[in-house]
Design a protein around this ligand. Sequence first.
Ligand code: NAP
Length: 279
Amino acid sequence: MLMNSLVKYSKTALNYSGAIRQMAYIPKNRLDGKVAVVTASTDGIGFGIARRLALEGAKVVISSRKQKNVDSALAKLKEEGLTAAGLVCHVSKKEDRIKLFDEAVKAFGGVDILVSNAAANPAVGSVLDADEEAWDKIFDINVKAAYLLAKESLPHIRKRGGGSIVFIASIAGYQPFDLLGAYSVSKTTLLGLTKAASQQLATENINVNCIAPGIVKTKFSAAISASKESEEAALSTIPMKRLGKVEDISGVAAFLVSDDAKYITGETIVAAGGMPSHL
Ligand code: NAP
């Protein structure tokens, strides 16, 4: 039965546009009828999550700060035959966040799922060396905007009778990275926000969970793969001895927003190749 509901893409399977793609098992209709808003989703982990939710049947609304990035990400999704809309949304701008949810309602009739994925890291250094401006920017984008997005998504999710919110934290939220001091603390805060919000919404059929990715190969982590030495130093901290792929995170997100995770709330799933994950 379960197997029947899975679509197997072999290494030579064709996608809608005829291009060859490589993919593992993906439940085809698990998110049918759902509308998902994913922030910071024109590249990296956010794009991977939006794409995966759409592959599972969701209608997705993607966004980021730059129109040209929105246009090219949207074109990629549409080329695959996926249902998506897109717009500019800088998560710390209230007017952009309002437009984001308005667009989901206009394009697809409502909101069932919010994945809050945006983050900034303007400061490299130990936590107590971050200046006030850097600290404020990190907390404005990584924590306050995530909080406000969750709050602003609620009237929409409530109208649907329930849904899911997922925050994207980081393994650095458990074990602070020396050079990402303030960023690490901001990500620890998301673990607390997940717990608190999940308890408030537990009787409303709204699940709130979080994902803590390890080191995933994206532009955000480009400095790590920029040299053999820095990549080897990173690999030495990862028991699986490989960097994460976007797909290592997007499948977890799809599970968390699906009915398979209906009895899970307030949790953070660490997808970090075995890196230490205790507070
Ligand atoms: P990425 O590859 O650099 O992608 C960043 C995306 O976010 C782009 O689409 C960018 O597009 C958009 N963006 C950046 N700032 C934004 C803002 N203020 N408002 C809206 N959109 C914004 O980053 P990533 O590695 O996928 O990271 C995604 C999330 O995963 C972050 O929360 C990060 O902390 C977390 N994470 C990443 C790693 C890792 O190793 N990569 C590890 C742990 C956690 P525009 O430039 O057009 O805005």
